[in-house]
Write a protein that binds this ligand. Structure first.
Ligand SMILES: [Zn+2]
Length: 349
C-alpha cells in the first residue's frame, strides 16, 4: 500500500519528500514506507508539523502550493496499526480471563498485550510527531491494571472445587466398641473449598462417622463404632468420592454381656434342675419315710397280732382251731420272743 501510495504521487516535491524521509528515518521500515502517504494526504497540517520541527524545510515554498489540488487524497490517510490493536486486545482479554484461574499466566499474557498496545501507541505518537505518553498516564493502562487486580483477586478468593480425595496413612480395618478411630484423607487442590466435604457410613447402626476438620489438603474424620458388624466408610465432596474403606466392628462388652447372660442362664438352668432333683429326692425320702412308717406300723400291727400257742408245741398259729384245745392266746411278738415259729398250716411257716 505504501508503494502504491508513493507511486500515486509523482509530483511530490523533492525537498518535502526528503524532509519527510529524514524526519522518520529511525522508525521501522514499515512506517517509513507508509510515511510519504501521510505527508501527501494530510496536507498542510502534517507538513506544517513536519516543517515546524525542521524550519528549513518550509523554505521550499508554500506547502499548499505543492500538495493541494493536483493530488487526490488517499482513502486511508493515517495508519492506525489495526493489527497491533487487535493483537493487543486479544492478548489483554485472554490474559484477564486467564488471571481468574492462573495469576502468573494471566499476568504474562496481559502484560504482553499491554506492551503491544504501548508499542502501537508509540508508533501512533511518532506518526503524529508527539512524544509517547508514559504507561501510567494511559487511561486504558490503568483500567487494564485495575481489571486485572479485580479478576485475579476474585479468582484467588473463589476457591476451586475439590477434584480428588485419597486415603492418607494407615486405615484401621478393625474397630472395637467404644474406641473411636480417626481417619485421614488428602484432597487436592489443597486450597479448594471444603464446604461440601462429608463422610458417610454405610450403616450408622454399626459405626457413625463425622468430619472433624478439613483444611490444608487434609480431611480428618472420626469413626465411632456402635455395634458389631461390617461397615463401609467413604468421604465425599461435591464432585468426587474417596475409595471405600471396609471395616469390621467388634463389641467386646456386648460379647462379654452375652457370655455372662449365657452363663447366667446355664446357672439358672442348673439350679432349676438341682431344685427339681432335690424336690424329687425329698419326695422320695418322704415316700420312703412314709413307707417305713407304714411298714413299722404294719410290723407293729403284726407284732401285736393275736396268735395261738400251746404249752407243748413249738409253733404259733393264726387259727385257734389249728392250735387245738390247749390253745393259749398271745401276741405274735410274745410268741416270737418265746421261740415259737409259724405254723405251716395256718401262719405261713
Ligand atoms: Zn396251725
Amino acid at each position: 500500500m505504501g508503494f502504491l501510495l508513493r507511486g500515486n504521487h509523482p509530483n511530490a516535491s523533492g525537498p518535502q519528500r526528503h524532509s519527510a524521509q529524514a524526519r522518520y528515518e529511525p522508525v521501522s521500515r514499515f512506517s517509513w514506507v507508509i510515511q510519504p502517504a501521510r505527508v501527501y494526504g494530510a496536507g498542510g497540517t502534517i507538513l506544517a508539523a513536519a516543517s515546524g520541527s525542521e524550519p528549513g524545510s518550509g523554505a521550499g515554498g508554500s506547502p499548499s502550493g505543492h500538495v493541494g489540488p493536483p493530488v487526490s487524497p488517499p482513502p486511508s490517510p493515517q495508519n492506525n496499526y489495526k493489527g497491533w490493536k487487535a493483537l493487543s486486545i486479544i492478548l489483554i482479554v485472554c490474559g484477564l480471563l486467564l488471571s481468574v484461574t492462573s495469576i502468573l499466566g494471566g499476568l504474562i499474557m496481559t502484560a504482553a498485550g499491554c506492551i503491544c498496545l504501548h508499542y502501537r501507541a508509540g508508533l501512533l505518537a511518532k506518526q503524529a510527531g508527539e512524544q509517547p505518553k508514559p504507561p501510567y498516564k494511559q487511561k486504558w493502562q490503568i483500567a487494564v491494571a485495575a481489571l486485572f487486580i479485580v479478576l485475579a483477586a476474585g479468582g484467588m478468593l473463589t476457591p476451586d472445587p475439590i477434584d480428588k480425595i485419597q486415603v492418607e496413612g494407615l486405615v484401621p480395618s478393625q474397630l472395637s466398641v467404644p474406641d473411636a478411630q480417626s481417619l485421614s484423607f488428602s484432597y487436592s487442590p489443597a486450597d479448594a473449598s471444603t464446604d461440601s466435604v462429608t463422610c458417610v457410613s454405610s450403616d450408622s447402626a454399626v459405626a457413625s462417622v463425622e468430619v472433624v476438620s478439613a483444611e490444608n489438603g487434609t480431611i480428618r474424620c472420626l469413626v465411632t463404632p456402635v455395634s458389631a458388624g461390617s461397615v463401609t466408610i467413604t468421604c465425599s465432596a461435591e464432585n468426587t468420592t474417596s475409595p471405600a474403606l471396609d471395616m469390621t466392628v467388634t463389641d467386646p462388652a456386648a460379647e462379654e454381656a452375652a457370655r455372662l447372660a449365657a452363663e447366667q442362664a446355664a446357672k439358672e438352668e442348673a439350679e432349676r434342675q438341682a431344685a427339681e432333683e432335690a424336690a424329687q429326692a425329698e419326695a422320695e425320702r418322704q415316700a420312703a419315710e412314709q413307707a417305713a412308717a407304714a411298714q413299722a406300723a404294719a410290723e407293729q400291727q403284726a407284732a401285736s397280732r393275736t396268735v395261738y400257742i400251746t404249752p407243748t408245741g413249738s409253733r404259733y398259729h393264726d387259727s385257734a382251731k389249728c392250735a387245738g384245745k390247749n390253745a393259749i392266746e398271745t401276741t405274735l411278738e410274745q410268741a416270737k420272743l418265746q421261740g415259737y415259729t409259724p405254723c405251716k398250716n395256718c401262719a405261713g411257716g
